[in-house]
Design a protein. Structure first.
Length: 183
């Protein structure tokens, strides 16, 4: 499903982020940037060992990547040109500023898109896997951040959410349809 406006395009797809071609794909990373489960492990496996080497060098220089922040590396063997790594919040019942941290994770990615001139960025459902964030509220946060980013000049012109499962795709599609006037 796709929505277009004068300032850009928002797209929601079901698919495999490791096969997606864009200026950047976003990795729902852990703070060690070491690869792990879910999309993080899949992106590391598909990109090859050079991605882990880049991430390890970054952590050696800067320390752990805090939740809500992001950094960028080359994509190596992925079809995308770059990987933006961001750490989303671990869901703890919604009482530990999880929504704010999730919003910051998306905003940090959009900031890197602007500063690096990325016209097209593709996201997974950040924090919705291993970190346990409920999909419907996560989708609302992500789509609100995307709509806000598309309204800014210099933001990516195209934002794609690539959801791995049919269930996640359906949840995000419903959230987008509910938010349609704002998209």
């Amino acid at each position: 499903m796709q929505w277009s406006s004068a300032t850009g395009c928002l797209e929601i797809l079901q698919g495999d982020l490791t096969l997606f071609k864009a200026d950047a794909v976003v990795n729902a990373a852990n703070s060690r940037l070491a690869g792990g489960g879910g999309v993080d492990g899949a992106l590391h496996a598909a990109a090859g060992p050079a991605l882990l080497a880049d991430c390890s060098r970054w952590v050696a220089r800067h320390g752990l990547l805090p939740a809500g922040k992001a950094m960028v590396t080359p994509a190596h063997r992925l079809p995308a040109r770059h990987v933006i790594h961001t750490v989303g919040p671990v869901w703890r019942g919604g009482k530990n500023n999880e929504e704010t941290t999730l919003r910051q994770a998306y905003e940090s990615c959009f900031t890197l898109c602007r500063s690096n001139g990325f016209a097209h960025v593709a996201f997974p459902a950040i924090s919705c896997g291993t970190y346990g964030y409920p999909a419907s509220p996560a989708a609302r946060v992500a789509l609100a951040c995307a709509a806000q980013a598309l309204a800014c000049q210099g933001a990516p012109a195209k934002i794609t959410f690539v959801l791995h499962t049919a269930q996640m795709y359906t949840i995000w599609l419903k959230a987008a349809q509910d938010a349609a006037p704002d998209l």
